[in-house]
Design a protein around this ligand. Structure first.
Ligand SMILES: [Zn+2]
Ligand SMILES: [Zn+2]
Length: 181
């Protein structure tokens, strides 16, 4: 599988037991739908993520055509972008995988950080976002060293599911989902 941006082979990386494909040149990562499901299985139910504003307003996400093609099935991907943030996620409708370039990770982390300033969240969440920030700003670091990379995948999971309700059937138990409360 090749990087949709650089067209070079992606490397398999295991991040906290979650397998993703990473481009060593642009540091983008590809997550297929199974990987998102793995994150779902691994996530703790008592974390405070549902308090974040960016999870609460699926209607603020818009989809448009992306210039990148899916590294898996070669379809043109969609870009999902969120309201007043710079978050843009490349998403393949066909295989339901997601491409995150390094920039997109930075933007997601920046949006989470901004919320940390305005909300009272638990220490675990604060530590995770701090760690993510350091990792992204340090050119020597690798995603695989990130203790809670699943944070970001979890973000994607909720975003994508809320936009594409047909996928709900393939996932289990959404009692913790803020949109069903
Ligand atoms: Zn690349
Ligand atoms: Zn695809």
């Amino acid at each position: 599988m090749d990087c949709p941006v650089c067209k070079i082979e992606l490397n398999k990386k295991s991040i906290k037991g979650i397998e993703v494909d990473e481009c060593e040149k642009c540091e983008g990562i590809w997550c297929d739908n199974d990987e998102l499901k793995q994150v779902k299985d691994k996530t703790d139910s008592d974390l405070n993520w549902m308090d974040f504003d960016i999870w609460k307003h699926p209607e603020r996400f818009k989809a448009k055509s992306a210039k990148n093609h899916c590294p898996n099935c070669k379809q043109a991907m969609d870009v999902l972008d969120y309201d007043n943030t710079k978050i843009e996620i490349d998403y393949c409708k066909q295989c339901k995988g997601t491409w995150l370039d390094k920039n997109e990770l930075e933007n997601i982390i920046a949006a989470l950080e901004e919320e940390l300033l305005t909300k009272s969240v638990n220490d675990y969440v604060k530590a995770t976002v701090e760690e993510a920030k350091e990792l992204i700003s340090n050119p020597e670091s690798f995603l695989s060293e990130w203790k809670d990379f699943s944070t970001i995948l979890r973000f994607l999971q909720y975003r994508i599911l809320s936009l594409h309700p047909e996928i709900h059937d393939t996932m289990v138990s959404f009692q913790k989902n803020p949109f069903n409360r």
